[in-house]
Design a protein around this ligand. Structure first.
Ligand code: UT7
Length: 323
């Protein structure tokens, strides 16, 4: 039996930091409100000339170095992003060129905050089938470009960043399972309507361009969907929750994560949190948190990890794996 296994991890956060105190000068908010309602203290923001591919490149270089692989080894690239540099070429291709890799499949998946888990699931299947031997799976975002900096309900939540893993085949697990879900009935709860095919005119374009969110409703759906998809993963693998060493959840809101921890009955000291530093970086949030906890020594080889995510679409998913 062939499994895919994470051989290396990397992340990159832009140098520019925007604190809650900085946001107090931009919108009618307070450090206290942001901390208590979301858990976020800072977020990193890309420079004007830094694109999603720039961020992804740094994360990939770090992941490749930690896996001990070079450009010639990579034969599959998938990038979860909802803020691509361009309509096309996709970020996978731009990244491939930047890293000096040529010829292998390279593409993006556009499932908002679930992009990394969707990408991980796809790459896992390519590795298991033998069609890929060394995959780069990336989550990268420049959300600051689509955030409405006049809307206090959303602009305080998001940040920019990238995370990446190198996946390789192994006879020992590895990724035990991935579960993906989507339900388009809820598409209006979380949107960024800057369209290509949809082209609202004039003020409607400005008005509808940026991130819009029904925060309270999303909150409820997030807790429910992440909880059920995490439980589904445990049942599918006949693994008890007590065996989980770390949950690495999508970093949207500390209260959502606390509710998830309660629901799956895994204590908060087994949950990796990076939202205080990075905010919600959408598809990048899980691989960034993973890399932080690997590099600071919390996550060690052989430990059992649960990833759980949700995002616009709505989309949600989980992965259960041995690191
Ligand atoms: O990756 C997926 C992306 N989406 C999410 O993760 C979002 C999920 N939802 C959430 O995280 C939370 O719903 C929020 C953090 C967005 C909001 O927290 P909440 O506890 O649901 O607050 P609320 O929206 O019910 O707003 C409470 C109050 C309102 O004032 P009134 O009507 O009670 O007077 C808001 O206008 O807080 C006000 N408010 C703010 N006040 C200060 C909303 N945003 C802010 C702000 N600063 N930034």
């Amino acid at each position: 039996m062939i499994y895919s296994r994470i051989a290396g991890t990397g992340h990159y956060a832009p140098e520019k930091v925007l604190t809650n105190a900085d946001l107090e000068k931009i919108v009618d908010t307070s450090d206290e409100w942001i901390r208590t309602r979301s858990g976020i203290e800072r977020r990193h923001i890309a420079e004007d000339n830094q694109t999603t591919t720039d961020l992804a490149e740094q994360a990939c270089r770090a992941a490749m170095e930690s896996a001990g692989v070079g450009p010639a080894d990579i034969d599959f690239i998938v990038v979860g992003t909802t803020t691509p540099d361009l309509v096309f070429p996709n970020v996978g291709c731009l990244l491939q060129n930047r890293l000096g890799i040529h010829g292998c499949p390279a593409f993006s998946v556009e499932t908002a905050c679930s992009g990394f888990i969707y990408g991980l699931s796809i790459a896992d299947k390519f590795i298991r089938s033998g069609e890929a031997k060394c995959a780069l799976v990336v989550g990268a975002e420049t959300l600051s470009r689509i955030v409405d900096w006049t809307d206090r309900a959303t602009c305080v939540l998001f940040g920019d960043g990238a995370g990446a893993v190198v996946l390789k085949p192994d006879t020992e697990a590895g990724i035990l399972s991935t579960h993906l879900r989507a339900d388009g009935r809820y598409h209006e709860l979380l949107t960024a309507r800057s369209g290509v095919s949809v082209q609202p005119a004039g003020d409607a374009l400005r008005d509808g361009y940026n991130v819009r969110m029904a925060g309270g409703e999303i909150f409820k759906v997030a807790v429910k969907s992440m909880g059920s998809i995490a439980e589904e993963a445990l049942v599918a693998n006949n693994i008890d929750k007590s065996e989980i060493d770390w949950i690495v959840p999508h970093q949207a809101n500390i209260r959502i994560i606390q509710a998830l921890s309660k629901r799956v009955d895994v204590s908060m000291d087994k949950v990796v949190l990076t939202l205080q530093e990075f905010g919600n970086t959408s598809a990048a949030s899980i691989p960034m948190a993973l890399d932080v906890a690997v590099r600071d020594g919390r996550i060690r080889r052989g430990q059992l990890l649960m990833f759980a995510t949700f995002g616009g679409g709505l989309t949600w998913g989980s992965a259960l794996l041995r690191y």
